[in-house]
Write a protein that binds this ligand. Structure first.
Ligand SMILES: *[C@@H]1O[C@H](CO)[C@@H](O)[C@H](O)[C@H]1NC(C)=O
Ligand SMILES: *[C@@H]1O[C@H](CO)[C@@H](O)[C@H](O)[C@H]1NC(C)=O
Ligand SMILES: *[C@@H]1O[C@H](CO)[C@@H](O)[C@H](O)[C@H]1NC(C)=O
Ligand SMILES: *[C@@H]1O[C@H](CO)[C@@H](O)[C@H](O)[C@H]1NC(C)=O
Ligand SMILES: *[C@@H]1O[C@H](CO)[C@@H](O)[C@H](O)[C@H]1NC(C)=O
Ligand SMILES: *[C@@H]1O[C@H](CO)[C@@H](O)[C@H](O)[C@H]1NC(C)=O
Ligand SMILES: *[C@@H]1O[C@H](CO)[C@@H](O)[C@H](O)[C@H]1NC(C)=O
Ligand SMILES: *[C@@H]1O[C@H](CO)[C@@H](O)[C@H](O)[C@H]1NC(C)=O
Ligand SMILES: *[C@@H]1O[C@H](CO)[C@@H](O)[C@H](O)[C@H]1NC(C)=O
Ligand SMILES: *[C@@H]1O[C@H](CO)[C@@H](O)[C@H](O)[C@H]1NC(C)=O
Ligand SMILES: *[C@@H]1O[C@H](CO)[C@@H](O)[C@H](O)[C@H]1NC(C)=O
Ligand SMILES: *[C@@H]1O[C@H](CO)[C@@H](O)[C@H](O)[C@H]1NC(C)=O
Length: 831
């Protein structure tokens, strides 16, 4: 009897839990179309009412068809759908006949031109039954935001929602804003398995559960961690796209990718609709096995809409270890502990078993970033300290019947530009081409160097309205994002027509003259081999810029100048000084850069007059991390890689928030693949920073930059010039002198006394070790810039941990583990 009952329960649970794709009908609607089309390997019906499709449209609006309108990235596979759209100038709704239940709704928007209607001019609200999905939709803002936050070159917006429908029918309503109109390209309504989301979810930072009912959700991110993009065709249930995660990682080098494709299965059958198995085949684990003590976090950062609650779904599957206790870790969401002592093997009950874990978190007020971090469990020190993650989804939860968030660039400006290299991939070919041109330029123009140097920094920093840089950057980004497919681009290089708007803003000479008070000598903030750099005010004084005016005697040709602009405008990165625009008029060749309020790194380390404010140890490390990131991008951001060739503290500039940016990279040269010529006659670079190997063999590699960067690291640590002829002979050359101390493991004796010992000794030692490795005699023994970057981040974490321990020591009186506050006992030997 009992077993019969059990059998019944088992059968019943199968009935309930096996996801049925055909539970309810699905709608794939191609709006504005009168025919059936195939896109994304699926069949879509036109919304023309001549056939009964089980849905109605309250107002026909305007059916728009434009055969030349094609989505140009070819990435989504939705091209055919984006040839038609429907425009509405009055409130209009699609009514779908559906049963009560859970549905996934996707809305496709693609900028579309039809007669006088251009989607770019539309402004409207969208709701689904009573749930507000979108307010004040602005397609071009939406695309720019997404392209930037996800570091991709998207051209369309697909919004995905999960909605519970409790009465018959789904009404998707488009309401144009005042004097405007609405548009839509395609709509998907897909029934979802009831058990796709649990109602009771672990709340981060408390031991309790949160019950989520009657809330709608919007998908913010869906990532295949450590693996490639997965197309919708690999998901038989909901046709979800999975992006790759590297653009969201705080430090890609902190984690390595692993995969195992054999025999992965779901922990329980009902998980099969949660994510395709492909997601579980790849993962990231903690990187860099050199570090015995893995005291760091693997971190991902996401931009999200402020003032909402989020559901964070982590997908796990242990791919490597076949027993428990091999790796356990902590999960942090928004710097709060979500789980401790987490052992994937144990939770799944085995290896290669796929499952997921959901967390609920309320973002702090006004926060627009969401952090996910996996780190060691300090209670469990030892070899088992490692982390793993296979997939990640972030959903925004509705609040009081609302999911809409109005993008507000002005309020976001303070926080845009995560760290990534926007438009990287799109531009690779263009960069290659530009590099070839720059090579030619270098050969022609020979020795040629320029730099901006910020002076009178504090006054100017006050003058500069906060947060204008990102705005200017954003304008420039927008113009580069307009790039069309590449055949046009190549032609452009060949025929050199006048520069178009992809290269940033074009200034007139009179604008430049007004900005610099007719090249006022008082506005000069630096000079270089090519001419002078002026501080300029544009846009009626609201924006400050650095204006580089080429000296006509320098002989740089117009064509090279244009190539230079092209190249510079392609190299966009938070840690590279960006080009805002240019001016070519009456034989003048002028470049306009973002203004770096805090000038050169060197001016903050030493010199005359001595720097007023001493950079703290943490600031110094952060500056080095930033510069390393910029260099790493130069080295790896394009296929050929770019060698800076003149890494030094005067080419590292600091903005008003002391964010470090590399400058002078426009004159760098392409990496080894293009560098077969070896025509370089004189060894270029700056004395004191020069790679001895480059000197010997006249061969340039990225490791030459690493060497120079090593010198920078010692310069930052010791706070003295790289060459100081006033010192005794054995101290003149910083690199040699510092290396001697470092080899004796007594680097702390020559640290900048102005730091007053306010740093973690452990962190300092690590820092010096990196510098030492960078200065290895042979390039092949030096680390790559990526490794340097990763190690420096570790240095920062060591220091932060020390500060935290010291604070807790101060507040609790308990002696911390590890570092004893050595500053108490530490005595510096005077030179
Ligand atoms: C369908 O729409 C296309 C494009 O607007 C039009 O050329 C064609 O005549 C329409 N066909 C029917 C049967 O209405
Ligand atoms: C409309 O719905 C009915 C039942 O729900 C179904 O049999 C029919 O095929 C649907 N029609 C279309 C065009 O999808
Ligand atoms: C669509 O549905 C709403 C409510 O569900 C109803 O008020 C409206 O009249 C319907 N429109 C059409 C064209 O069926
Ligand atoms: C960007 O565009 C290029 C070509 O237009 C395409 O090959 C590439 O896949 C796109 N990248 C992304 C991330 O969409
Ligand atoms: C809409 O604006 C974007 C720039 O914001 C532009 O790239 C695109 O071509 C425009 N689309 C149409 C159809 O005009
Ligand atoms: C189709 O789109 C292109 C550009 O997107 C535009 O130039 C053209 O005018 C549009 N055609 C019609 C019929 O509106
Ligand atoms: C959309 O946003 C862009 C840039 O923020 C703005 O130029 C444009 O006027 C907006 N469109 C509408 C219809 O408001
Ligand atoms: C899967 O089924 C189990 C019971 O067999 C249930 O506890 C769990 O919530 C279900 N999970 C999902 C995602 O449906
Ligand atoms: C969720 O928790 C509530 C109590 O907080 C409980 O009554 C309910 O049964 C739980 N639901 C599920 C599906 O576990
Ligand atoms: C992949 O998983 C299988 C077990 O299914 C295991 O035998 C094998 O060692 C794993 N491969 C790696 C590289 O860990
Ligand atoms: C990892 O991140 C969490 C949350 O931000 C933080 O509390 C912890 O100290 C970090 N661990 C390390 C080793 O940096
Ligand atoms: C959370 O942690 C990240 C990385 O460690 C840090 O940058 C951020 O400032 C922290 N946020 C808060 C609110 O402490």
């Amino acid at each position: 009897m009992k077993s019969l009952l059990l059998l019944l329960i088992v059968c019943f649970s199968f009935l309930v839990f096996i996801p049925r794709q055909t539970q309810g009908i699905q709608f794939l609607v191609s709006c504005g179309s009168n025919s059936t089309s195939y896109a994304d390997s699926r069949k879509w019906v036109g919304d023309d009412l001549s056939s009964n499709n089980n849905f109605t449209l309250s107002d026909l609006g305007i059916a728009a068809f434009n055969s030349t309108s094609v989505e140009d990235t070819g990435y989504t596979g939705f091209g055919p759908l984006y040839k038609s759209a429907r425009f509405f100038s009055t409130s209009t709704s699609y009514n779908f006949t559906v049963d009560p239940g859970n549905y996934c709704v996707r809305l496709h928007f693609y900028p579309f031109q039809f007669g006088n209607y251009n989607s770019n001019d539309s402004a409207f609200d969208v709701s689904a039954n009573d749930m507000k999905l979108i307010t004040k939709f602005n397609i071009s803002d939406e695309i720019s935001w997404k392209a930037e936050k996800t570091n991709s070159n998207i051209t369309s917006v697909v919004k995905e929602y999960y909605i519970n429908i409790d009465l018959n029918g789904l009404q998707i309503k488009f309401v144009p804003n005042l004097n405007s109109f609405a548009f839509i390209n395609a709509i998907e309504v897909l029934p979802t398995p009831d058990n796709l989301f649990n109602t009771n979810i672990t709340k981060v930072g408390s031991n309790g559960l949160t019950t989520i009912t009657d809330r709608a959700m919007e998908t913010m991110y869906r990532l295949n961690i450590g693996g490639p993009k997965l197309k919708s065709t690999s998901d038989q249930f909901l046709y979800r796209n999975w992006d790759s995660d590297e653009n969201f990682m705080f430090s890609v080098n902190a984690a390595t990718m692993v995969h195992n494709t054999s025999e992965i299965s779901y922990v329980t059958l009902n998980y099969s609709s949660v994510a395709p198995l492909l997601v579980y085949e790849t993962a990231r684990v903690m990187g860099n096995t050199d570090v015995v003590e893995k005291r760091f976090n693997v971190s991902w950062r996401f931009f999200v809409d402020p003032n909402f609650d989020y559901l964070i779904r982590l997908h796990f599957c242990e791919l490597i270890y076949d027993k428990p206790n091999q790796r356990f870790f902590k999960i942090y969401i928004n710097n709060k502990t979500a789980a401790e002592n987490y052992d994937v093997y144990e939770r799944a009950g085995g290896m290669n078993k796929a499952y997921f874990e959901d967390y609920f978190d309320i973002l702090p007020q006004q926060t627009d970033t969401l952090w996910l971090q996996l780190g060691p469990d300090s209670l469990m020190s030892g070899p088992g300290t490692d982390a793993l993650l296979n997939g990640l989804e972030i959903f925004k939860l509705s609040k009081n019947g609302n999911l809409a968030h109005v993008l507000d660039w002005t309020s976001l400006n303070g926080n845009i530009h995560p760290h990534g290299s926007a438009k990287k991939r799109l531009l690779i070919e263009e960069i290659c081409f530009a590099i070839a041109c720059v090579l030619a330029l270098i050969l022609i123009s020979g020795g040629y160097c320029w730099y901006i140097r910020g002076k009178k920094k504090s006054k100017m920093a006050e003058d500069a309205p906060p947060g204008w840089h990102p705005l200017a950057l954003h304008e420039a980004m927008k113009s580069t994002s307009n790039a069309r497919p590449s055949n046009q681009v190549v032609k452009k290089y060949v025929s050199t027509p006048s520069i178009n708007n992809r290269t940033g803003r074009k200034f007139t000479l009179s604008e430049i003259k007004a900005a610099t008070k007719n090249f006022d000598e008082l506005a000069v903030i630096g000079t270089g081999g090519f001419g002078k750099v002026y501080r300029g005010e544009i846009d009626g004084g609201s924006n400050i810029v650095a204006v580089k005016r080429a000296d006509p005697l320098c002989g740089q040709g117009l064509k090279e100048f244009e190539t230079e602009i092209e190249m510079l405008s392609k190299l966009r990165h938070r840690h590279l000084v960006s080009l805002i625009g240019y001016c070519e008029e009456k034989g003048e060749m002028i470049l306009v850069y973002e203004f770096m309020a805090n000038g050169t790194l060197r001016s903050h380390l030493y010199g005359s007059p001595p720097p007023a404010d001493v950079l703290t140890y943490k600031q110094r490390v952060e500056v080095c991390v930033g510069a390393a990131r910029g260099l790493h991008y130069l080295h790896t951001g394009s296929e050929v890689g770019i060698i800076h060739r003149d890494v030094k503290t005067t080419n590292i500039l600091l903005d008003e928030e002391f964010v470090a940016k590399m400058s002078d990279f426009g004159l760098s040269r392409a990496g080894p693949t293009l560098d077969q010529t070896h025509v370089s006659t004189a060894v270029k670079g700056s004395f004191g920073y020069l790679d001895p190997e480059y000197f010997r063999r006249q061969q340039l590699t990225q490791k030459s930059d690493v060497y120079s960067f090593g010198v920078v690291l010692f310069e930052v640590l010791c706070g003295r010039p790289v060459i100081d002829p006033s010192l005794p002979k054995d101290q003149i050359n910083l690199a040699e002198w510092a290396l001697r101390w470092q080899r004796q493991r007594s680097i702390e004796k020559i640290v900048d006394p102005r730091l007053k010992g306010d740093y973690s000794l452990e962190s300092l030692k690590k820092f010096a070790e990196i510098a030492e490795k960078c200065l290895m005699d042979e390039g092949k023994n030096r680390p790559s810039m990526g490794e340097v970057l990763w190690q420096l981040e570790y240095v920062l974490q060591l220091h932060d941990a020390y500060i935290r321990e010291r604070e807790s020591f101060r507040s609790t009186g308990e002696l911390p583990f590890g570092d004893v506050p050595h500053s108490l006992s530490h005595i510096r030997e005077d030179e």
